[in-house]
Design a protein around this ligand. Sequence first.
Ligand SMILES: [Zn+2]
Ligand SMILES: [Zn+2]
Ligand SMILES: [Zn+2]
Ligand SMILES: [Zn+2]
Length: 535
Amino acid sequence: MWPLLLLWDMGLSGIIIEVIVGLIGLDFLFRVWRRKVYYVKVHDFSKGHSWCSISDTDQAVHCSVCEHVLLGGGLRCDSCGVCADETCMHKADKRLKCKQVSVDSISMKHQWVKGNLSPESICRVCDEECGTERHLSDFRCCWCQWTVHEKCLPNLADLCNLGIYRNFIIPPNCITLRRSSRGRLRSQCLVASIKEPQWGPQWKPLIVIGNGKSGSNEACHLLSSARKVLNAVQAIDLSDQEPKIALQLCALLKETQCRLLIAGGDGTIAWVLNAVQNLHVKHLPETAVLPLGTGNDLSRALGWGPHVEGAVDFHGILKKIEASSSALLDRWLADIRPSRHLGIRFPGRSVRFNNYFSVGVDARVALNFHLTRQSPMYLFSHRLFNKLIYFTYGTKDVVEQSCEGLENQIELFIDNKPIELPCVQALVFLNVDSWGAGIKPWNMGQEGVFMPKCLYGDGIMEVIGVSSSFHIAQMQVGLSEPLRIDRGKHFRLRIFGKQPVQADGEPWEQGPSEIIIENCGQVPVLTVEPNCSPQ
Ligand SMILES: [Zn+2]
Ligand SMILES: [Zn+2]
Ligand SMILES: [Zn+2]
Ligand SMILES: [Zn+2]
């Protein structure tokens, strides 16, 4: 009886092992299948235009169908520039071809759109001003943006070279689309493949990423401008597609390095850069920044400025990108391991960041602000209002002093060396030399003194201490310097009680734990301030 049982037992364990192996295999296939479903969605321009209401013009705009002047609004396709009143909109969708994301022909021809030229347009043939007549007249190519008189048009060659921004554009005759037949994306238009044009290494297509529903008009405006100048597939709205999907455009371009323009605050940029680091491509894309958030520390450090005000000048941005130089930005990983509680160790987590990591009073202010914004009572998304609330929390903290004695509740080791901490209410680990909306803490007040700089690509972070939220306010107006603690490559931070922490402006409350912070690679960035990063 026993040997029989043993045999049965062995058979059963064999089956169990086979089932486990089978499950692992299925899991692997599932992952491969999941990886394959990342297709970039595109608006199907063969079905009609991408209409936006016309609000920002003091020029008379004519309907492209009935040719009447559009009074009190009207619509414009932000991709091709065709205009229509509401009654002619459907006719325009049927009769007037939009700028196509993908075309079959091998050679590129101009695609002319009649009338509504921007002021001071010059005819490509006779060099005279065109589009000046008081009716729908003269033409603009929606790819190369050339403008031409109706009478001069026959004297122009058919072929379009995509104009001065050709090195940013993915030509439509290089893109193949396919229609999805199943799942969530059923009957959606997807990018199936991109063939690289042989235009040399200067061709680096630009992918513009922004959140069109972020509440700021600038992101929406930028995406519209990108659709007008580039191929519409290159304008990615984060309210519609996640970064990891958007970046599949880079994966489809096997030999080419792409450029990214990320519009948003530090949080959006960190989200996209995480996806960049996960890309399996030959060349990671280079990132430029259009600062639309409230902090914008990375944008400041890379020279893209503190904030964009007013209308987005897309042509100016393209020129700036063309003149920028490439550098490498360090990315850091904070590996958080919670301490045992009642004998149980809770699962840890890791957070990647590239600007700064902090514990203490500045994170407290950010956390209170974050919680207010999540409250159902919070109704405002205006930047000024946000600044006001932020200021209120800062001052509230001056009174409450909630992080007093932080030096006794944490322990810090830099490169395995224990650090004697002074009286602090916050510790900040800096990768870029910009923090707290524009303070350059590491080198402030040290002009003319020889000391290592806080560089974003040197594999080293600088640690500073802040004695109170009032101290932050003093630093903001240049009245005080931070407590410079040390610099290093490997950090071990032990937190004994509950403390507010933040990474790149994302705050949370952290219980007792050990946090190991180490470099986790680099990503290429575009900078308008050369010599900021050692190459
Ligand atoms: Zn009309
Ligand atoms: Zn259109
Ligand atoms: Zn053209
Ligand atoms: Zn002309």
